[in-house]
Design a protein around this ligand. Sequence first.
Ligand code: TXA
Ligand code: MG
Length: 322
Amino acid sequence: MKIMITKNVDKVAEDLRRGNVDVVPTETVYGLAANALDESAVAKIYEIKQRPRFNPIIVHVRSVEDFGKYAEDVPEKALKLASEFSPGPVTFVMKKKDVIPDIVTAGHDSVGLRIPDHPLLLKLIGTCGFPLAAPSANMFGRISPTSAVEAEKELGGKVSFILDGGKCGIGIESTVISFTEDEPVILRSGAVTKEMAEKVIGKVNEGKGGKILSPGMLESHYAPRKPLLIVKARPSDEVLEELNGEYMNLERFGPLASIAVNLFSEMRRCDESDSKLIICMTVKNEGIGVAINDRLLRASSGYLGTESGSPEITGTTEMKHA
Ligand code: TXA
Ligand code: MG
């Protein structure tokens, strides 16, 4: 399939209307989109990504008014949080309405709704007239693309169009919050942190381990092909040379928000270099740093040179490379 990188919303809308799957930009990462109300279109997303059918897909809508169309009994807290952070990098998991096909939610009775903060994508959803189901536009378990060119590297030949919305402004996937329990639960960390959410809606819990509620909670995810090792201090050049390792220097991007913007591109670049492995340090575990460290840990295959074998941040200590 010949791929076309375009800024033409009408062309992409036309293709999506035919039940096809195309790549779209968002402010977080690029997505692989299809008509969320068309079961066979959504089935193509799973096929293209080689995504297991038990992983539910986020549905992208245009406004808070759409929540009521696709979710049952939209909780007050969800509306309150949305009024603060939507459009933006938050996905609201709520009880689904029947119009959302089971294939979108992997059979769960909840649906994840998100209003993306990207003008081209909002325009596309408006032009289509239907919501767009879209996971990140990478092959399952791999690094999410944050530009049209990266999306082409991931999915070239598998889709007809990539709607080019430039480099993603946030760079890591949305915060996923479930409103299906008595208290909201964060299923995946993102740019909207637990503290930010709590300021608006009070207590928010953190989803941990156990039953997989969200594939973002699968241990190995967002992963390069090479092993990625997390260290406590930057190894000397001699050590790097001996290991044929490349040090992924995230500090050089400056503030945490800039590290987030560049994280996946940098991981991808290191993955394409001649080295045998990637070595990096975690970042300050505050604000968006929590989500950055989460992605680093999930991408990693282990820790190097630490006594305890784990870094000094909370979270999973045993990482396996899939
Ligand atoms: O920023 C993002 O969220 C990007 C852009 C494209 O919007 N999308 C994204 O999709 O990261 P994906 O499929 O790669 O990750 C979606 C996460 C998964 O961890 C999935 O399990 C969770 O959201 N999710 C979606 N619907 C859910 C539901 N009904 N219940 C629980 N988790 C859900
Ligand atoms: Mg993903």
